[in-house]
Design a protein around this ligand. Structure first.
Ligand code: FPP
Length: 238
């Protein structure tokens, strides 16, 4: 498998896992079945990512706007997060994956918030890859909170740090499945210079070969960060 080139490390990939509902309905199942299949796709992706040089993987599992969905679908997504931690948490820790949750904690079921905190603590030393799960997350809310906390004299560097949160960094590659081409309030600040990769595949259909294709495409792109080719390099925030 292809590895990230030395100059690509750290390599932050972010994924908008879209299309679960359509996949479920297309299989004559329910939208919630689609989310369940989505967890399997997440599991495959997390397993494949370190071998492709990914050092940080941030996935969008539940947005603050997803509360507008039917209560039963919301409940399924909460249950799936709890089940994912229960089933995969220990193994991820053993494999050196650091787990970080982004987003609000105060609207999670109490037991789930505690589970999340426990796995974050247990996995804090994990050096193989950081898996960040955005859940009850809004990028605009994260940016607004950082701006409020830092005040009008905040430097871009300070904002970078506070908005990105634990284990965060600028996104190198943003993947969105499900044929839509929008950011949906996900990592808006961190994606300032992200390369974007879209696929018509629905998230439950996403396979390691698709991740490999996206990463391969990323390595072919010329990143200029606003400069001309010969001098381009990521710029420290002013
Ligand atoms: C978007 O598809 C997907 C979501 C809102 C949830 C994503 C969640 C998972 C992949 C599984 C949950 C994983 C964990 C660890 C909790 P959609 O439902 O909007 O699809 P549609 O566009 O076809 O309706």
């Amino acid at each position: 498998m292809q590895r990230a080139r030395e100059d690509r490390v750290p390599f932050h990939v972010a994924i908008i896992m879209d299309g679960n509902g359509r996949w479920g309905l297309g299989q004559s199942l329910t939208r919630s079945d689609g989310h369940r299949a989505g967890v399997e796709a997440l599991r495959r992706t997390v397993e494949a990512a370190p071998g492709l040089g990914v050092t940080t993987l941030t996935v969008f599992a539940f947005s603050c706007d997803n509360w507008r969905r039917p209560a039963a679908e919301v409940a399924t997504l909460m249950e799936l997060l709890a089940a994912y931690l229960a089933r995969d948490g220990q193994r991820l820790v053993a494999e050196g994956v650091r787990l970080v949750m982004l987003g609000r904690r105060d609207r999670l079921p109490a037991g789930l918030a505690a589970e999340v905190a426990a796995f974050e603590a247990m996995s804090a030393e994990g050096g193989r890859m950081t898996l960040r799960i955005a859940f009850d997350y809004s990028s605009r809310a994260a940016i607004a909170a950082a701006a409020r906390a830092l005040g009008p004299d905040a430097t871009l560097e300070e904002l970078d740090r506070l908005i990105a949160g634990p284990g965060g960094s600028p996104v190198d590659l943003l993947i969105r499945t499900g044929a839509e081409k929008r950011l949906s309030d996900f990592l808006l600040w961190e994606c300032a210079y992200a390369e974007l990769w879209f696929t018509e595949r629905l998230w439950p259909q996403f396979a390691p070969a698709d991740l490999e294709a996206a990463v391969g495409d990323f390595h072919l792109r010329e990143r200029r960060f606003g400069a001309i080719p010969a001098t381009a390099a990521p710029r420290a925030a002013a």
